[in-house]
Design a protein around this ligand. Structure first.
Ligand code: ATP
Ligand code: MG
Ligand code: MG
Length: 377
């Protein structure tokens, strides 16, 4: 079987690695050059894009910001999963908020802004701590402006003045003081079967995911029920096929959805070590029509992103249950270079292993590690 992935980054690479034992051949499309490449070596492949679409059993994406003409071409084949509509929900915060509101899924208080002077009213209505997000093309916290006091409004307006808000509106959100960030990764098959992984707790630094812990410690039955209901409502509402990631804020006993990713997700990378079937394998199984695999956690697991850093000792592999996933990219500041998965028999041991890991890596690139290690152990 063949699967064509739009995007040729690490997520395509990890789908390729998951597909190999199943006999599923994964090819990647470099969406800038519109050519086919091998998902690991990134070397060009023989076929044209049109030939590869024809030969594929399923088409999918590793990121949501795929140019629309390519999505249209893919959708026409009848083999794109999830659908173009679901991918556009992930790519456009205006569509995303509309879907959440239509399906009555609780989300962050927000306004859609198409003219800069509407920001004054946002301040009055949402309070004077705001996060302003470009509705398209943002990731890892890029395309966001934070307003923490009303006096910053004029400066922020000045920095937004070059944007065409009629074409790409802003989403202005109330800045929440949530208890923590959680995500739910789940998968829906073509026939509508749904399986979800346990909730994952996510630690961000400067708008970027640094550490995930799964199953998220201390999840109450009420929160777990809510999370499953949210996932089911979204996946059914979109008639979704494949893996879907739902990012949420926990505020007391309530979950508010932050955003959706219509694909495998960084906060699900722990599933390669901590669960029976990884998110990558389950995504492939769903889109080619194979039975879904078990999504339960086998042990507590942590995923630590390697960001903007390539120089560290590979001796970290001496920690039992420690696995390195290196993406083979050129090091750049703030770039996700790879990740490290850790598993342990219990949370305390997981904390101890995180503390050990901190001894192998430069502390400035891993600012969340010591505190999280301490919290768990
Ligand atoms: P991603 O890489 O996850 O796609 P992104 O650039 O799309 O990131 P968001 O997920 O919307 O951006 O925001 C990044 C982070 O900023 C969140 O994980 C959270 O830590 C913080 N954040 C976003 N929105 C809010 C909010 N309304 N209130 C408080 N914090 C927020
Ligand atoms: Mg995002
Ligand atoms: Mg996010």
């Amino acid at each position: 079987m063949r699967v064509l992935v739009y995007g040729a980054g690490q997520l395509a690479q990890m789908m390729y690695l998951a597909g190999a034992p199943l006999g599923i051949e994964v090819e990647a499309v470099d969406v800038n050059t519109e050519t086919l490449v091998h998902p690991v070596s990134k070397l060009p492949l023989e076929a044209t894009l049109a030939q590869a679409i024809e030969a594929a059993d399923a088409l999918t994406v590793e990121f949501e910001h795929v140019p629309e003409h390519l999505l249209e071409q893919a959708e026409k084949s009848g083999k794109l999963m999830p659908s173009m509509e679901a991918i556009l929900v992930g790519a456009d915060r205006v569509r995303e908020k509309a879907l959440l509101d239509n399906l009555q899924v609780a989300n962050c208080p927000h306004r859609i802004v198409t003219q800069l002077d509407e920001l004054d009213r946002c301040l009055q209505e949402l309070g004077d701590k705001l996060i302003i997000k470009a509705s398209r093309d943002g990731y890892d916290g890029y395309g966001q402006w934070r307003l923490t006091e009303a006096a910053q409004l004029e400066d922020i307006k000045a920095s937004l003045s070059g944007l065409n808000l009629q074409q790409v509106p802003l989403i202005v959100e109330q800045m929440l003081s949530f208890d923590r960030e959680l995500s739910l990764i789940g998968v829906r098959s073509k026939s509508g079967e749904i399986k979800v992984y346990p909730l994952t707790e996510n630690l961000h630094y400067q708008g970027q995911l640094h550490v995930s812990v799964a199953p998220a410690p201390g999840v109450t039955q009420a929160i777990w029920q809510q999370a499953q209901e949210i996932f089911t409502r979204l996946a059914q509402g979109m008639q979704y096929t494949g893996v879907l990631a739902v990012e949420m804020f926990q505020c007391g006993d309530t979950l508010l959805v932050n955003e959706l990713a219509p694909r495998v997700h960084n906060s699900g990378h722990w599933t390669n070590s901590g669960s029976d079937t990884s998110q990558f394998e389950n995504h492939l199984r769903a889109i080619v029509g194979l039975p879904l695999g078990d999504t339960q956690a086998r042990t507590p697991a942590a995923m630590v992103n390697i960001i903007g850093c390539g120089a560290f000792s590979r001796d970290l592999l001496s920690i039992p249950g420690c696995h390195l996933h290196w993406y083979g990219k050129t090091v750049r500041e703030k770039r996700k270079m790879g990740h490290i998965n850790l598993t342990a028999d219990n949370y305390q041991q997981l904390g101890n292993k995180m503390a050990q890991l901190a001894g192998y890596v430069p502390s400035e690139a891993f600012p969340m590690l010591p505190d999280e290690a301490e919290k768990l152990s």
